[in-house]
Write a protein that binds this ligand. Structure first.
Ligand SMILES: NC(=O)c1ccc[n+]([C@@H]2O[C@H](COP(=O)([O-])OP(=O)(O)OC[C@H]3O[C@@H](n4cnc5c(N)ncnc54)[C@H](O)[C@@H]3O)[C@@H](O)[C@H]2O)c1
Length: 337
């Protein structure tokens, strides 16, 4: 049984904690850390045998913790990864790997120096059945080469502190990792475009919606719309244009309703619920790999986390310059192939 320590039990961390306790075979949580002691103790209260450890470093070093789940705020991921790598413990790290490309590179270098793949990134869409199906069609070559993709990532509402930086490092980063995985290519150019801003943007430092345009090494162009206060629900879209046809991400199956001369299909505002199956599958894959002493090849690695960080840095640079920025990525090292 894999003994897991969870760092951060906010919105996402609580769901991951409950997922491991209730759904994942071969893993259990033995310790939880969070700077919010009251919240952490409330979360673990219904479960016997889960300890609260105030200091995350003490949790990482705890002899009853074999593997670490990092779901604390973004700025903490890098330091906790580096500590766990020193001890050779397996890590599930929520995105981003680090708040900067430089920091992500430190983590990649430390993992390579240790000689063992320890990190699985929380890029959950790689485990979403709809995205898997879309990828299978695109990479099968039946539609010819992919040329262009249109993606949309829409959330109903976001907290007032949500700004242009988080729109990229917290939200666009999902499109960045997903599209790189889906078409099997990395990005060489990035541009950010700010259209007219919605009156629903709650922060003067948030342009909403915004567009991120990415060019891959093979020349494919991917445009991603990031709209964090669209009001109407959680909506994820992706259409890939190939030489001989297009492939589109299916919408979640919902009841089709006809009433009062109206025909509609419902939708959700709950992004974490929308991808629940993907989160379950990524955690089961992680636990299985840890128990087998290996890594899950279907999941995003630390290198993928680094690529995403280099790309988000370029998008942030473009937000300031208004121009097209280079994404300084190199080929994947042998260690991560
Ligand atoms: N993969 C996804 O789809 C997805 C979705 C949501 C969030 N996330 C990621 O999960 C992480 C948590 O997001 P969230 O929405 O739960 O945020 P949150 O603010 O609800 O929770 C963060 C938690 O971290 C704790 N914390 C803050 N500083 C800490 C520190 N130094 N050490 C330990 N704990 C600390 C806070 O007290 C809080 O409980 C973020 O990195 C976010 O990017 C990923």
């Amino acid at each position: 049984m894999l003994r897991v320590g969870v760092i951060g039990v906010g919105a996402m961390g609580t769901q991951h904690f409950l997922r491991i306790m209730n759904k994942i075979n071969g893993a259990t949580v033995t310790a939880v850390s969070d700077i919010n002691e009251v919240r952490a103790k409330e979360v673990i209260a219904p479960f016997e045998g889960v300890r609260y450890i105030a200091d995350p470093y003490a949790l990482i070093n705890d002899p009853e913790v074999d593997a670490i789940v990092i779901v604390s705020i973004d700025s903490t991921h890098e330091e906790y990864c580096l500590e766990a790598i020193k001890l050779g413990k397996y890590i599930f790290c929520e995105k981003p790997l680090s708040a900067s490309a430089e920091g992500a590179r430190k983590v990649v270098d430390a993992e390579m120096a240790g000689g063992k793949r320890l990190i699985q990134m929380g890029f959950n869409r790689r485990f979403d059945p709809a995205y898997e199906e879309l990828k299978n069609i695109v990479v099968s070559g039946k539609l010819g080469e992919p040329l262009v993709a249109h993606c949309a990532h829409r959330n109903a509402n976001y907290a007032p502190q949500y700004d242009d930086v988080i729109a990229v490092t917290g939200t666009a980063i999902h499109e960045i990792d997903t599209m790189s995985w889906l078409v099997g290519d990395y990005f060489v150019k990035a541009q950010s475009i700010f259209p007219k801003t919605s009156r629903h943007s709650k922060n003067p430092n948030l342009h909403d919606p915004q567009i991120v345009i990415l060019t891959t090494a093979s020349g494919m162009v991917i445009n991603c719309e990031i709209w964090t206060n669209c009001q109407y629900g959680y909506d994820i879209r992706c259409e890939v244009l190939c030489e001989d046809g297009t492939a589109t991400l299916p919408r979640p199956a919902r009841v089709d309703v006809c009433t009062a001369n109206t025909h509609y299909t419902g939708m959700t505002s709950d992004g974490l619920g929308y991808f629940a199956e993907a989160y379950d599958r990524e955690f089961q894959a992680w636990a299985d790999a840890c128990n087998e002493g290996t890594f899950c090849s279907a999941a995003a690695s630390a290198w993928d986390g680094y690529c995403a960080a280099v790309t988000t840095d370029a998008v942030l640079k473009s937000q300031k310059s208004g121009g097209i920025e280079e994404v300084p990525l190199t080929d994947r090292p042998e260690f991560y192939k």
